[in-house]
Design a protein around this ligand. Structure first.
Ligand code: SAH
Ligand code: DHB
Ligand code: MG
Length: 232
């Protein structure tokens, strides 16, 4: 009974997502091609949904972000949405562990005409972030954290080092169908997300909230914060 209800709920959430996308998002062959190429290459189907992607584009525009950092590129689907929110002269840096995924992403980004604004760096994000911080990387205006959830706490730490007061932070997948409520979970994803909340809760430089979402990708959510003190 419980399982049946859950299946019916999922069907409804998916149908509503389809309605929203059909009404508000015009056909987009470039994004469709990005998903098709990602699927053909065997990438997991875990990109943000189209209406979530549009939210990323809108947040980038609303904030007037000129420099965006993304952790976790996958096939570049969310990358394309974020990059579309940039003004002329804007830049996006996206970090991906898997060289095969990165190759697919680079093709998708090229098809979207966004290669010149996008810089995809391959490797473990914690290492790339350390290298970036040691170099002369300017602070980012908006950071989308969406790589391996086990390292979200470390990603938030490095994000703060690459921020300025006013930088917007977004963390994806911070509800996991309510899985985050279990403090004794043996799932590294859940523990990683819980540590991310711990750090957000204790971090005076960030003013944050989190919003649950339902839709084509089930019940999950995102965290949204702003760096409000002296960062670095
Ligand atoms: N942002 C994408 C989805 C990202 S899925 C979208 O919505 O379209 C998470 C990605 O993080 C995967 O591609 C995975 O390979 C990558 N990842 C996992 N561990 C990583 C690490 N240590 N460093 C960088 N990327 C990592
Ligand atoms: C999953 C979903 C995501 O959005 C992500 O970034 C990683 C994993 C998932 O559903 O497993
Ligand atoms: Mg995600």
């Amino acid at each position: 009974m419980r399982i049946l209800r859950a299946a019916m709920a999922q069907e409804l959430w998916t149908a509503v997502d389809e309605y929203i996308c059909e009404r508000l998002l015009p056909p987009d062959p470039v994004l469709d091609a990005a998903l098709a190429a990602s699927e053909a290459a065997g990438l997991p189907p875990i990109a943000v949904t189209a209406n979530q992607g549009k939210l990323l584009e809108l947040l980038t525009r609303i904030h007037g972000a000129r420099r965006v950092l993304e952790l976790g590129t996958l096939g570049g689907y969310s990358t394309i949405w974020l990059a579309r929110g940039l003004p002329a002269g804007g830049r996006l840096v996206t970090l991906e562990l898997d060289p095969g995924y990165a190759a697919v992403a680079n093709e998708n980004i090229a098809r979207a005409g966004l290669s010149s604004v996008t810089d995809l760096r391959v490797g473990p994000a914690l290492e790339t972030l350390a290298t970036m911080h040691a170099g002369d990387e300017e602070p980012f205006d908006l950071i989308f954290i969406d790589a391996d959830k086990q390292n979200y706490q470390g990603y938030l730490d490095w994000s703060l080092k690459l921020s300025r007061p006013g930088t917007v932070l977004i963390g994806d997948n911070v509800v996991r169908a309510g899985g985050i409520l279990d403090p004794s979970s043996e799932d590294g994803v859940i523990q990683g997300v819980r540590r991310f909340y711990d750090l957000l809760a204790d971090e005076p430089r960030v003013d944050a909230t989190a919003i649950q979402t339902v839709g084509g990708k089930g019940h999950d959510g995102f965290a949204l914060g702003i760096v409000n003190g002296a960062a670095g």
